[in-house]
Design a protein around this ligand. Structure first.
Ligand code: HDD
Length: 701
């Protein structure tokens, strides 16, 4: 089903059209804020003065110079000149959606946070992002993805500002400017955009080996997700939960996508960056419009709040380490459903301000030095980005909980505060002015913890282990995933100009796994150095994305290739079958308009000219056009085949596959006589496996 569009309406008259009859002024409540709500049906200035013409500046005669007293021209251009705000210094490129978080209630024993208690439903806003690219960069670049969630709880806003990878490049936030300066484009030429395939990134990470684990994740398929709906999310740091009895535990937050964890292949990611740079953004919005909400379950790894804050020998304050799920189960405590697109990109997606310090009673941070620096950075950055300290008054940032603070004035203040005593204690406060809350009134009271130690710039000894978990990650991958990692390292390092950087990075990989280092070195045509990798790291199968049983296909896109004379009844049945599973069917034909058979017809949604394989999770050739050939169709089918996607046909549609050179005996090829239940069931199951990886080699570990 194509995305829903609003019915078109008659164009608004331009100012050249006759003026509307005079109207009575609308009744409008007195007050500054209401004036901003665009309540007039007639065009006005920002001051509410009605305008007869917005197409012509005021001039001395039709050919004369423009006049300074054109208040409308000056206001219109001045406002336009200031429409942009600074983009985020990182995570500039993003897309977002509204939704609801529903708690299962089983976290009630470990936290007093109200939104995690049984049956609670909390409005949320989630912004997904890439990290390195500018606002206009492509979605599918190899990068970490942000997964930031604002829970508008009735105890205040809680922000879980996570990524789609559970570890980070650095252990201490003081290094954040370093890793970002290294990853961003070179300062002299400002290239390359939105990618790490360049010298400064690899220069830094090859010298700064605590990044190794995260680099492995970034070079894996996790760096190129299929869509936002098929990514995991992670809070990364260890958090501290506090229950009603003031008992604490340490936790790691996980988002588990109901649609499974799936990725693009690298060639697709590169193609999409050209053919559809908005690939993920479009997929998010179209999926929601098509009635397929994104769903994630919130999971907790719950660990004792021990004195040394370690678990099974893993330092929980080190953000370069995971706790394997096999050692500590992820317990699912609630469900996130994203089912509403933003109304206005700027007002919501651009102006939303996340902050790791937005916590609610029952959730606290730990002493992880990466988190500690973040507590400073997120508030600070908004002062520049959103132009002052009042960004919490922007609708998207407004808590849904009642607010009564003594914060006053400042840039962009929109509140009209009453009273004379915005301070405490006071004796002049009026009815409605705030007094401090007590514990039993839900006050956020920090768990009292002993803090001591000499003032030093130093890391704990355990932070010196930079390779054991990188080795664990590598050991947990299947053969196909390892092949992708080798390709990614080889690709990125090949893009470096400086040979010593490549050689140094091979030296790092030699300390992760000999086979990894040898394979990348072979790709680069360099000798493989020797290292001291961990012997027999214990794999964590939960880290692999390869599935053996079909998952849901909601949000997936299936193309059906057809032309005049195609089996339209079969296409209709196929459409019903895939839409019943939340997927979208798109009719692809040689040219636009409609395709016909007898007196029936169906609208064409994509033409061979306007489509590439990247847009489909599977393509089905309809019966009825056995002689259909086209070089663009051959490219489309060939790419689908190479990318291990499902290719299908029914009836004489099989001849089209054969003519395009597709091996119809290969894995992941679904053939049938007619569109009937067994065929659609087989097709849906094949798409649910995401890829027919067997086409490209072994998938075992
Ligand atoms: Fe950050 C944005 C995630 C470390 C400083 N970060 C930002 C966003 C996400 C993350 C998802 C985008 C939020 C949005 O959509 O508006 N950042 C992370 C994760 C980290 C991390 C998971 C490590 C575990 N970040 C980190 C450090 C610092 C920052 C160590 C600084 C010391 N991050 C920022 C920032 C940003 C930001 C500069 C840019 C825009 C913003 O905050 O609002 O303050």
């Amino acid at each position: 089903m194509p995305p829903k569009r609003k019915a078109s309406r008659a164009p608004r008259r331009s100012s050249a059209a006759p003026a509307a009859p005079a109207r009575q002024p609308e009744e409008r409540p007195v007050g500054a804020a209401e004036g901003r709500l665009q309540t007039s049906s007639l065009l006005t200035t920002a001051q509410g003065v009605r305008l007869p013409d917005t197409d012509h500046s005021l001039k001395a005669g039709p050919r004369g110079p423009s006049l300074m007293d054109d208040f409308h021209l000056r206001e219109k251009i001045t406002h336009f000149d200031h429409e942009r705000i600074p983009e985020r210094v990182v995570h500039a490129r993003g897309a977002a959606a509204h939704g609801t978080f529903t708690a299962y209630g089983n976290a009630g024993s470990v936290t007093r946070a109200g939104f995690l208690q049984r049956g609670r439903e909390t409005p949320v806003f989630v912004r997904f992002s890439t990290v390195l690219g500018s606002r206009g960069s492509a979605d599918t670049v190899r990068d970490v993805r942000g997964f930031a969630t604002k829970f508008y709880t009735d105890e205040g806003n809680f922000d879980l500002v996570g990524n789609n990878m559970p570890v980070f490049f650095i252990q201490d936030g003081i290094k954040f400017p370093d890793i970002i300066h290294a990853g961003k484009p070179h300062p002299d030429r400002e290239i390359p955009q939105a990618q790490t395939a360049h010298d400064t990134f690899w220069d830094f990470v090859s010298l700064h080996t605590e990044a190794t684990h995260h680099v492995l994740w970034a070079m894996s398929d996790r760096g190129i997700p299929r869509s936002y709906r098929t990514m995991e999310g992670f809070g990364v740091h260890t958090f501290r939960l506090v229950n009603a009895e003031n008992e604490t535990c340490l936790v790691k937050f996980h988002w588990k996508p109901v649609a499974g964890v799936h990725s693009l292949v690298w060639e697709e990611a590169q193609l999409a960056a050209g053919t559809d740079p908005d690939f993920h953004r479009r997929d998010l919005a179209d999926g929601i419009d098509a009635g397929a909400p994104l769903e994630f379950e919130l999971g907790l790894q719950i660990m004792p709040d021990s004195d040394d804050q370690t678990f099974e020998g893993i330092d929980l304050l080190d953000p370069t380490k995971i706790v394997p799920e096999e050692l500590c189960e992820v317990q699912l405590v609630g469900k996130l459903t994203l089912d509403r697109n933003p109304t206005n990109y700027f007002a919501e997606t651009e102006q939303v301000a996340f902050h790791t310090g937005n916590l609610v009673s029952g959730i606290e941070v730990t002493d992880d030095p990466l988190m500690q620096a973040r507590l400073f950075s997120y508030l600070d950055t908004q002062l520049t980005r959103l132009g002052g300290p009042n960004f919490t008054q922007l609708p998207i940032n407004c808590p849904h909980a009642a607010v009564n603070d003594n914060l006053r004035d400042g840039m962009h203040q929109t509140a009209v505060h009453r009273g004379v005593a915005p301070y405490l204690p006071n004796s002049l406060g009026q009815e409605g002015e705030p007094v401090p809350a007590e514990v039993d009134e839900g006050a956020f009271v920090h768990v009292p913890r002993e803090v001591s130690g000499p003032k030093v710039r130093a890391n704990p000894a355990s932070f010196a282990d930079h390779f054991s978990q990188a080795a664990l990650f590598w050991a947990s991958m299947t053969a196909i995933e390892r092949a992708h990692i080798v390709e990614a390292f080889t690709f990125e390092l090949s893009k470096c100009y400086e040979q010593p950087i490549r050689e140094r990075m091979l030296g790092v990989l030699a300390n992760v796994a000999t086979d990894l280092c040898t394979a990348v070195a072979a790709g680069l045509g360099l000798p493989a150095p020797s290292g001291t990798p961990a012997t027999d790291p214990v794999p964590s199968p939960a880290l692999s994305q390869i599935v053996e049983t079909p998952g849901p296909i909601a949000g997936r896109v299936i193309g059906v290739i057809a032309d005049d004379g195609a089996d339209l009844a079969g296409i209709t049945k196929l459409r019903r079958a895939v839409e019943a599973k939340g997927a979208v069917l798109r009719l692809v034909a040689p040219s636009g308009g409609t395709i016909k058979r007898g007196r029936s017809s169906q609208p064409v949604e994509r033409t061979f000219l306007t489509t590439r394989s990247i847009e489909y999770d599977a393509v089905v050739v309809a019966a009825g056009n056995p002689t259909l050939t086209d070089p663009r169709l051959t490219v489309l089918l060939g790419e689908l085949f190479r990318h291990c996607k499902v290719i299908a046909a029914w009836g004489d549609g099989v001849d089209v596959l054969t003519a395009a050179g597709i091996d119809t005996t290969a894995p992941g090829i679904v053939l049938g006589d007619t569109i009937a239940k067994p065929y659609t069931t087989e097709l849906v199951a094949a798409v649910g496996l995401h890829r027919a990886w067997d086409r490209s080699g072994p998938t075992s570990r």
